[in-house]
Design a protein around this ligand. Structure first.
Ligand code: NIG
Ligand code: FE
Length: 447
């Protein structure tokens, strides 16, 4: 596999608009081409609509899809005859995954806490004794931007190797202005220097930092004030992030504090996201609806009334089954109920060192299918077009349609359902970002 080499050489040439015209590319050999064409977002039965084309082909011009359809039809186009040919030899092709919830920038794993949990300690017990997010914050504050960047680049190469072409990435392990800014600046540099698109989210309200818990005059409410009055205006002024997220949960921020932060964020022009109803039912889901947030994520502990409210809103309900799996919890998000009620359901890794140390979207599909009973078609749709919607990018990415970016992933399987079916194995063998191959591996031997 030449993954790292490919990843680093194409990085700098992908995102400039003034590049010389590249030759068109004709992609054939797509045994199944999952287009997800049609209206977005997907709700209810439409979530399982793949827009599948057997023996499909794509014509790519300047990084965008110029034609898509059955091979015989696309091949006949005049432009196709002149194009460079790329025969995928019968692979399954889908839009690149859109991972709409990650904590990409962190300084170290928390494998020791993993072992403590296996021995019986809960996530919240570890957090309240100074571990958890505060543990990651201590390490991040001491890390240099160069160290953080090196680590993130290695992870980004792995995201690409598993078929992800766009990801959202949050700050939240800094919890001081300097460290939160450090994370967002590293993300901005990474966005320019490697091929994946990165959508930045400010998560200063991840937890109340140590300094605002134990010192006179420095209360959690004072930290909330600091975020609202000083940090959010600076985030906006320096264009450091597009979204603001809040961990609204037991042991983190209350609904009232979260409302205050989200209101200030909206006034600064930021889009809104929420970590909601993960550890306890607090009313965070209803707050997401009230604030017209783009996404409410986790939702394992929602009540029936929350599901109804979410279903009648445009909030994407982002399921994060990697957390339940890694924490060994039995209660996964109510994906079936949300889909049945007509909510917009998305899927993401929540890649982070505390609750979900995976960057594999295929692994998340396996968990979504087996543990939440989503069909393979629903899961892939949630991880592509609906996730793109939650990031406000469904006009550009998330489906394979004319005019959209040629962001795609090809898998060495015979049937798209085998992507979640073969759990724990990465069958993605080619990833393309804006018409450029950013990751290519020898084809695995078919089973
Ligand atoms: O999404 N819940 C809050 N944030 C992360 C966990 C972060 C951590 O434990 O480091 C999550 O699960
Ligand atoms: Fe998270």
């Amino acid at each position: 596999m030449r993954l790292a080499a490919v990843f680093s050489t194409v990085g700098s040439v992908t995102k400039t608009s003034a590049r010389p015209r590249r030759k068109d590319i004709l992609i054939t050999g797509c045994a199944e081409l999952l287009t997800f064409r049609g209206a977005a977002p997907r709700r209810g039965r439409a979530l399982g609509d793949l827009g599948i084309i057997r023996d499909g082909a794509l014509l790519i011009r300047d990084g965008r899809i110029a034609a898509v359809g059955p091979r015989r039809r696309v091949e006949r186009l005049l432009e196709s005859r002149r194009a460079r040919k790329l025969d995928l030899g019968g692979r399954i092709v889908l839009p690149g995954f859109v991972d709409s919830h990650t904590h990409l920038i962190h300084a170290a794993s928390r494998a020791a806490e993993y072992e403590q949990r296996i021995s019986g300690a809960t996530y919240e017990e570890i957090a309240s004794s100074g571990g958890g997010i505060l543990n990651s914050a201590r390490k991040l504050r001491n890390a240099t931007p160069a160290e953080l960047k090196r680590r993130a680049l290695a992870h980004l190469a792995q995201f690409a190797a598993h078929g992800t072409t766009t990801l959202e990435a949050k700050s939240g392990y800094g919890l001081t202005w300097e460290s939160e800014r450090k994370i967002l600046l590293v993300l901005r540099e990474l966005e320019r220097e490697q091929p994946l698109d990165i959508v930045r989210t400010f998560l200063g309200a991840h937890v109340v930092p140590h300094e605002y818990r134990h010192r006179a005059g420095k209360t959690p409410d004072a930290y909330v004030e600091l975020i609202c009055r000083e940090w959010l205006p600076r985030v906006a002024a320096e264009n450091l992030a597009e979204f603001c997220d809040v961990f609204c949960d037991r042991g983190a921020f209350t609904v009232a504090q979260s409302r205050k932060i989200l209101t200030a964020a909206r006034a600064c022009g930021l889009g809104l996201r929420l970590h909601a109803e993960q550890l306890a039912r607090t009313g965070a889901a209803k707050l997401a609806v009230e604030m017209h947030a783009a996404s409410a994520d986790h939702l394992e502990k929602v009540f029936a009334g929350d599901i109804r409210a979410l279903a009648h809103s445009d909030v994407t309900c982002t399921m994060l089954p990697g957390c339940c799996f890694h924490l060994g919890l039995a209660q996964y998000g109510p994906a079936r109920k949300l889909i049945g009620a007509g909510a917009i359901v998305g899927l993401a890794t929540d890649f982070n060192p505390g609750t979900s140390p995976t960057l594999s979207m295929p692994a998340i599909l396996s968990l979504a299918c087996t543990q939440m009973r989503m069909t393979p078609a629903e899961a892939i749709s949630a991880a592509t077009i609906n996730a793109a919607y939650s990031l406000g990018r469904h006009d550009r990415i998330g489906s394979l349609e004319v005019g959209k970016f040629a962001d795609l992933a090809a898998f060495d399987v015979d049937d798209y359902r085998e992507i979640p079916y073969y759990f724990g194995v990465n069958h993605c063998s080619l990833t393309m970002k804006r018409g450029q191959i950013i990751c290519a591996r020898e084809r695995s031997s078919r089973v």
